[in-house]
Design a protein around this ligand. Structure first.
Ligand code: 6MZ
Length: 364
């Protein structure tokens, strides 16, 4: 089943850039900094924690993200990890990726939120150019007899990549608004939405509501991390806001779950491995995916933090197949339905529907 899941064309809608960094890249960046004579910003024990990909509480996860952030500090490191993430998802047969990341203003590294976004976009473009088929095509086109070169498969035929900008729950309303304004400004470069994420124990909804409303008014998609911990009052405010998508929703009391199922078909981005490893959900078979899927609620399987949790989207599909007894046809339907919830626009959806439908006879 795992091999079939790898061959399945898939749509990834919930992947955090710094959570998707390869563990070996973390080590390489540190080695390079050490060779350049820098004192290492993390201890060997911390490094092992980051690269272990094991069970960890949600609170531990946020400590790890802070450690990753003291390693991926430069524009070149950000561009490098973005390029690798694009290549990793493409290799896993993800045909459409919405990558999300929190723009960071770090004056000590000469970094503004805008320069951070530029570095991520540069990395995405680099990753697309480095895709094996795209690289072959470039070489062929540059060959002496370029006129006879076979038509180049455009990188977008392998994977289309869009960007969501995240508001970290530690940010105040002004910082949140700055991110939204930048998202609106970068729409022409592939920014399609805004996400609210970060430590669910920090901050409160009122801080970001206005910025998120401004994102919606600017025509950006809005997705919220909701109910990752038990916080029914906040989750109720989030449902009232009617975001375009919701992430996680592990802790819904009966009335919120009923409201979500009955009155609002807000698609859910569900991350099985992340929720089980952080103990937000006890086991795969008990994951709320089962209940929502059975109720016909729109659900999308996603990785969350493939580097930190040691997963891939193919693995998530294979886990769902085993835990919820889904045959390959149901997995294909799940991937096909995910297309309807992308923020990339109607034309992109039409293209993806065509791609999925063309592949169906080869898969099933
Ligand atoms: C909430 C999460 C998350 O933005 O620096 N992030 N927020 N819940 C989760 N579940 C485990 N996983 C990742 O990527 C790392 C950031 O993404 C958010 C956190 O804010 C984390 O600092 P970027 O690329």
């Amino acid at each position: 089943m795992f091999l079939a899941c790898r061959r399945l064309p898939k749509v990834e809608l919930h992947a955090h850039l710094n959570g998707s960094v390869r563990p070996q890249t973390i080590r390489k960046i540190l080695e390079e900094r050490s060779r350049a004579g820098e004192a290492l910003p993390v201890t060997e024990q911390q490094l092992q924690d980051i690269t272990a990909c094991g069970d960890r509480s949600l609170a531990d996860c946020f400590r790890l993200f802070d450690l990753i952030h003291v390693i991926t500090t430069t524009h070149s490191a950000i561009a490098r990890i973005a390029a690798e993430v694009v290549r990793d998802f493409a290799e896993d047969r993800v045909v459409y990726l919405e990558l999300r990341t929190t723009p960071k203003a770090r004056p000590e590294y000469d970094m503004t939120k805008q320069s951070y976004i530029e570095a991520v976009l540069e990395g995405i473009e680099l990753g697309l150019r480095q895709l094996p088929a795209a690289a072959d095509a470039t070489a062929a086109a540059n060959a002496a007899n370029a006129d006879e070169a076979p038509p180049a498969p455009a990188p977008a035929d392998i994977i289309a990549v869009k960007l969501l900008l995240s508001i970290d729950r530690r940010e105040d309303s002004a910082a949140a608004l700055e991110t939204v304004q930048l998202a609106a400004r970068y729409k022409a470069r592939g920014v399609v939405g805004v996400d609210l994420s970060g430590n669910p124990y920090v901050g409160s909804w009122g801080q970001w509501r206005e910025a998120l409303a401004a994102a919606r008014a600017a025509g950006l998609g809005v997705t919220l991390h909701a109910g990752e911990v038990y916080s029914p009052a906040e989750t109720a405010r989030m449902l009232e806001f009617r975001p375009d998508r919701l992430g996680h929703c592990c802790y819904l009391d009966d009335s919120l779950a009923a409201e979500l199922r009955a009155s609002v078909a807000i698609p859910l981005e569900l991350c099985l491995t992340s929720n089980v490893l952080t103990q937000s959900v006890t086991s795969y078979p008990e994951h709320h995916f089962a209940e929502m899927y059975a109720a016909g609620h729109p659900v999308v399987l996603c990785t969350d933090d493939s580097g930190v949790f040691g997963t891939t989207l193919s693995k998530e599909y294979a886990i769902a197949a085993a835990a919820f007894k889904l045959p390959l046809g149901a997995l294909w339907e799940l991937a096909r339905r995910s297309v309807e919830f992308v923020f990339g626009g109607e034309e992109e959806k039409r293209r993806l529907r065509g791609l999925m439908d063309r592949e169906r006879p080869l898969m099933l």
